[in-house]
Write a protein that binds this ligand. Structure first.
Ligand code: GUN
Length: 290
């Protein structure tokens, strides 16, 4: 049994933060402090934790971040008005509307309302389109974090077979596009999803599996080939020995010794998503001063 290398998102994100300090200092010399407006609608407990973790990181780096907390019954129009106000506020370079939104609000309409120049999530169609044609402005944070981890730990991508499980606009689709781009990955890519009849047929061929299906510990050793690298994007809350714990989409115990490397949950891709949100906000501030 070979050792499975644990790809620490703490280590990789710290490497990114080290590289951001000079960029942040240069902006501050110009009188610019990168600023994020995070909008949280409703009381979703997971969303509250995610938004707090994101803004805490901004605080610790001396960056500006404000959380706009709106009640669950906020009207779509009120949210659109707030976005419009922040679009025109020079103190904020990034706007993040935490998803999911309450059912009565049309998420696509909200995403369209964010200025593409402040869309640090990279969800606006203009930014998604720029990624698709290989000329990205803001790359969605989780896919960008995945590509950074692979590069940081020198996992070969060029010419490899990447199998992505999950086709969400937030993770699966953009990571499949990025890893196929000549400039970012140059991999051969397969996207699988809930409509794939025999998932194993594809995952067992993968050099790199990106597990982003949102199914607790679903991917065990029987799904992978020897030496595969596993990127686990899952954040699933489960009961274990009477305690509530977070697990990924990969069954870590099962794949140990078969996978060559894996990102742990927690402390894998989660910290990378936050790091890339900071990077995108710094980038947005830089673009605004050029
Ligand atoms: N919900 C789950 N992931 C994300 C994310 O990356 N950004 C936003 N805005 N909402 C999310």
């Amino acid at each position: 049994m070979a050792d499975t290398v644990i790809l620490s998102g703490i280590e990789a994100s710290n490497a990114l933060y080290d590289s951001l300090h000079t960029r942040i200092d240069t902006l501050k010399e110009k009188g610019v402090t990168p600023g994020l407006a995070a909008i949280l609608v409703g009381e979703n407990p997971a969303s509250q934790i995610y938004v707090r973790n994101k803004t805490k990181k901004f605080d610790s780096l001396g960056l500006k971040s404000d959380i706009y907390r709106l009640s669950e019954d906020t009207k779509e129009e009120e949210l659109l008005d707030l976005i419009n106000k922040i679009n025109n506020d020079d103190l904020f370079h990034g706007i993040l509307v935490q998803l999911p939104l309450p059912k009565h609000i049309d998420s696509q309409k909200v995403i369209h309302a964010i200025s593409p120049l402040k869309d640090v999530d990279g969800f606006h169609p203009e930014n998604a389109g720029l990624v698709s044609i290989g000329n990205p402005r803001f790359i969605p944070c989780t896919p960008k974090g995945i590509m950074y981890v692979l590069k940081h730990f020198k996992i070969p991508i060029d010419g490899k077979h990447v199998v992505v499980v999950g086709r969400s606009n937030i993770v699966g689709r953009p990571v499949s596009v990025l890893s196929s781009l000549k400039s970012m990955g140059n991999a051969t890519v397969t996207i699988c999803h809930s409509g794939t009849p025999d998932l194993k047929e594809f995952t067992t061929q993968a050099d790199i599996v990106v597990a982003a299906m949102g199914s607790a510990e679903f991917l065990d050793a029987s799904f992978i080939k020897d030496g595969a690298c596993l990127i686990d994007v899952g954040i699933n809350r489960v009961e274990r020995d009477g305690k509530s714990v977070i697990v990924g989409d990969v069954n870590e115990a099962s794949v140990m010794g078969k996978a060559s490397a894996l990102t742990p949950v927690p402390k894998g891709i989660g910290p990378m998503t936050i790091a890339m949100l900071v990077e995108n906000t710094v980038l947005s501030a830089e673009l605004s001063t050029n």
